[in-house]
Design a protein. Structure first.
Length: 355
């Protein structure tokens, strides 16, 4: 329109949009009109409706054209009780509507930690966020993160299980916060710096509580682990995926110490976590000229990531882009929904929202 921001109309003049563009005409009181638009004066109400429909049609046509060009750039999040929809799109829209913080808030991780199958998964996710993704969370997501962490610590204090796992999580988070708090004034953390200092003091308090745990021996007089046949003891020990658990178990009794040094046990552990190529690069021979699989394991874990193992994981449906826990049904429209689901590791979950 000409003279944008000013009242450019003369008394009695109006402008309407036609197929040829904007046209000026005069109403009946002004004594005439401009252009072949007498119908607008004779049937005012009818033409106002036509004008409104014409404008709506023009706007709708432009919107359809824009949607056609940006069909793949739409992102929406639909929150339901047990799943969320994830539609990938442009960087700008993903930043606005599909962030890691929003997904972290929408998925009910507070309830997930009560399920023993999902506990390790949630803890690993919290650890990865503490290492590199804490500053990408919104203020609400950061508060939610600390609330979930508090519930995790309280669960461990009550159950007296997974103590070492949570110690490592708290140490990772505290180290990251020490680095971030030093960058005062650079807006790396949401909220007042004093609030984060208080949270760091809370983390130190949690660490002290975990260190003071005194594991009580249950009052049970039945069959114990050491009462089992040696073959069953060794079979159970082969199911442990962490070498540190084997070392701790070997310190319980002299008989378990011998089993925990079994070469075949450490060999299977190395082959489970690492590839043959990785193992060949870190060969260590014992004094007897044999491969020392125990030393090789602890050397390999310093060089390569271990294979992650979880009882339950988040699933991503490739057909409808639904994110849900394993075993949770969702309204998938695919012919074979089972073939569309992909298990996501904690790192895969975070990678969904990188841009």
């Amino acid at each position: 329109m000409p003279f944008l921001g000013q009242d450019w109309r003369s008394p009695g003049q109006s402008w309407v949009k036609t197929a040829d563009g904007w046209t000026r005409f005069l109403d009946e009181k002004s004594g005439g009109y401009v252009g072949d638009l007498s119908s607008f004066c004779k049937k005012e109400d009818h033409n106002k409706e036509n004008l409104f429909n014409s404008l709506n049609y023009d706007v709708a046509a432009k919107k359809r054209k824009k949607d056609l060009l940006n069909n793949k750039a739409k992102i929406q999040y639909f929150h339901q009780e047990k799943w969320i929809y994830v539609h990938k799109g442009s960087t700008k829209e993903r930043h606005g509507y599909c962030t890691l913080g929003e997904a972290f808030n929408r998925l009910d991780f507070s309830s997930a930690i009560l399920d023993s199958r999902r506990f390790n998964y949630v803890v690993r996710l919290l650890e990865l966020i503490a290492k590199s993704q804490l500053t990408s969370l919104s203020g609400i997501a950061q508060k939610n993160y600390m609330n979930i962490l508090e519930k995790v610590v309280q669960k461990v204090l009550e159950d007296q299980q997974n103590i070492r796992l949570i110690r490592e999580l708290l140490q990772t988070l505290y180290t990251s916060l020490c680095t971030l708090v030093q960058r005062v004034g650079k807006s790396v953390l949401v909220g007042n710096i004093n609030m984060w200092v208080h949270r760091m003091e809370t983390i130190l308090h949690w660490q002290q509580q975990l260190n003071n745990i005194q594991i009580t021996r249950p009052a049970f007089k039945g069959t114990t682990f050491t009462d089992l046949p040696l073959c069953l003891q060794l079979n159970i020990m082969q199911r442990l995926s962490d070498g540190r658990d084997l070392v701790s178990l070997g310190q319980v009794a002299p008989g378990l110490q011998v089993l925990s040094e079994d070469r075949l046990l450490w060999k299977k552990l190395c082959q489970y976590h690492f590839t043959d190529r990785q193992i060949r690069k870190r060969l260590i021979l014992s004094d007897k000229g044999q491969l020392d699989w125990k030393k090789m394991y602890f050397k390999l874990i310093r060089c390569y990531p271990r294979k992650e193992q979880y009882g339950d994981t988040l699933q991503l449906c490739r057909h409808c882009h639904i994110l849900s826990w394993k075993g949770t049904d969702h309204p998938c429209t695919a012919n074979n929904p089972e073939t569309c689901s992909t298990s996501l590791s904690p790192q895969d979950f975070i990678n969904l929202f990188r841009f």
